[in-house]
Design a protein around this ligand. Structure first.
Ligand SMILES: *[C@@H]1O[C@H](CO)[C@@H](O)[C@H](O)[C@H]1NC(C)=O
Ligand SMILES: *[C@@H]1O[C@H](CO)[C@@H](O)[C@H](O)[C@H]1NC(C)=O
Ligand SMILES: *[C@@H]1O[C@H](CO)[C@@H](O)[C@H](O)[C@H]1NC(C)=O
Length: 321
C-alpha cells in the first residue's frame, strides 16, 4: 500500500473491508494485518479504539541507539521465578503465542529491574521474518534480528488479569529477547518450537508442558528499558519494555519450522504467518535507560559520572556485553 494514497480513498476501502467483515462474520478483532491496506500504517484508521496506533507518541517497537542510552544507577537486576509451568502454544493467525495455563496456582512473578510493582507472567509472543535479515520488532542501531521473543506479564498488585491491565497505567511488562541465528538453540526455545508442526494453521493450539520462562533468558544481568506500547492493535501505551542486552540463539531448522506456519486454516491457508513485525516507531524524546555502566565496564580509567554516556557500540559487537 502506497503512503500517498489519500485518506478518502483509504476510508472508502475500509468501508468495503468492513462490509466484507460483516457479511463473512469475521470478527473486528481479526481485521488487521502486517501488510497492505490493513497493515501497520492503517491500524489507527481501521478502528477508532485503535487510534493510538497512529496518534500515540509513546509507541513500540523502537530502534535502540546505543549512543543515546542513559545509564541509570537506580535500575536493579531483573527477577523472574525459575519454576516450570504448563500452557498452550497457538497459531493465532497473527503470531505464535504461548499462554500460561489459567488455573496455574504457582504463578511466575517478575520483579526488580525498572519495575515498581510485581508482575505476573501471562504469555509469550514470537515475531519472526521469512528471511534472516528481518523479523525482530526492536532494532539495535538499525540492525534487525531474524526473530524476537516477547515475554509479557501484568501488574498483579493493581489489576486482576492481563486483559484488564492492558489498558491501565503501569499495566504491562514485556521482556524482549532478540534472536540470533546459531548452531545450538536455547534449550527452552526448543520446548516451544517442538510443537510447531502441530500448529501449522491459524487457530491451532497444542499443550506445552514444563517450560521454564527464566530459562529462555541469556546469561546476563544487563538490559535497556523504556516506556512504550503493545506492538499490535490497540497499541495501548501501558508497557514497560525491557530489552535484554544479549541475544539468544535459534537454529536454521527452528526458523524453517516457524516459516512453514500459515495465517489461515487448512482450506484457506492464506499467506505465511512470518514477517509479523511492526516497524520501529519514533521515540519522540523518550529516554532509553540501561543498567550497563559503560564507564566501569569498558573504561575503568574514566571516572566522569556523566549521565550522557559517550559509548559507541555496533550491532556486530553487541553480543560481547
Ligand atoms: C481457561 O481459559 C480458557 C479460555 O479463556 C477457557 O476456555 C477454559 O475453560 C479455562 N479453563 C479453566 C479450567 O478455567
Ligand atoms: C508470586 O506472587 C504471588 C502473589 O503475591 C505469591 O502468592 C506467590 O507465592 C509468588 N510466587 C513465588 C514463586 O514466589
Ligand atoms: C479481568 O478482570 C476484570 C476486572 O476484574 C473482569 O471484569 C474481567 O471479566 C476479567 N477478564 C478475564 C478474561 O478474566
Amino acid at each position: 500500500m502506497h503512503r500517498l494514497v489519500g485518506t478518502a480513498a483509504v476510508s472508502a476501502l475500509l468501508q468495503i473491508l468492513l462490509y466484507f467483515a460483516a457479511v463473512t462474520g469475521v470478527s473486528w478483532e481479526e481485521w488487521w494485518t502486517y501488510d497492505g491496506i490493513s497493515g501497520p500504517a492503517f491500524w489507527g484508521l481501521i478502528n477508532p479504539e485503535w487510534s493510538l496506533c497512529n496518534k500515540g507518541r509513546r509507541q513500540s517497537p523502537v530502534n535502540l541507539e546505543p549512543e543515546k542510552l542513559l545509564f541509570d544507577p537506580n535500575l536493579r537486576f531483573l527477577h523472574i521465578d525459575k519454576h516450570r509451568i504448563n500452557g498452550l502454544i497457538s497459531n493465532t493467525g497473527h503470531s505464535v503465542i504461548f499462554t500460561v495455563e489459567n488455573e496455574t496456582r504457582h504463578h511466575i512473578n517478575i520483579t526488580g529491574g525498572p519495575l515498581s510493582y510485581k508482575y505476573q507472567f501471562h504469555e509469550i509472543h514470537i515475531h519472526y521474518g521469512l528471511h534472516d535479515q528481518f523479523g525482530s520488532e526492536h532494532a539495535i542501531n538499525g540492525y534487525s534480528f531474524p526473530a524476537e521473543i516477547q515475554i509479557f506479564g501484568f501488574n498483579s498488585q493493581l489489576y486482576s488479569n492481563f486483559s484488564e491491565a492492558l489498558h491501565k497505567a503501569q499495566g504491562i511488562v514485556s521482556i524482549s529477547l532478540l534472536l540470533q541465528l546459531g548452531d545450538l538453540s536455547n534449550p527452552e526455545l526448543r520446548v516451544l518450537t517442538e510443537e510447531l508442526e502441530n500448529i501449522k494453521y491459524g487457530g491451532a493450539e497444542m499443550p506445552v508442558n514444563k517450560l521454564s520462562v527464566r530459562g529462555l533468558l541469556p546469561d546476563t544481568d544487563y538490559y535497556m528499558t523504556y516506556d512504550g506500547s503493545t506492538t499490535a492493535p490497540a497499541c495501548f501505551e501501558t508497557v514497560t519494555w525491557i530489552i535484554v542486552n544479549k541475544p539468544i540463539y535459534i537454529t536454521k531448522q527452528q526458523l524453517h519450522g516457524l516459516r512453514r506456519l500459515m495465517q489461515g486454516d487448512a482450506k484457506h491457508p492464506k499467506a505465511p504467518l512470518g514477517n509479523n513485525f511492526r516497524p520501529p516507531q519514533p521515540l519522540h524524546h523518550r529516554a532509553v535507560r540501561t543498567n550497563i555502566d559503560f564507564d566501569l565496564n569498558k573504561y575503568p580509567g574514566k571516572t566522569c559520572p556523566s549521565m550522557q554516556r559517550n559509548m559507541h557500540y555496533k550491532a556486530k559487537s553487541w553480543t560481547q556485553y
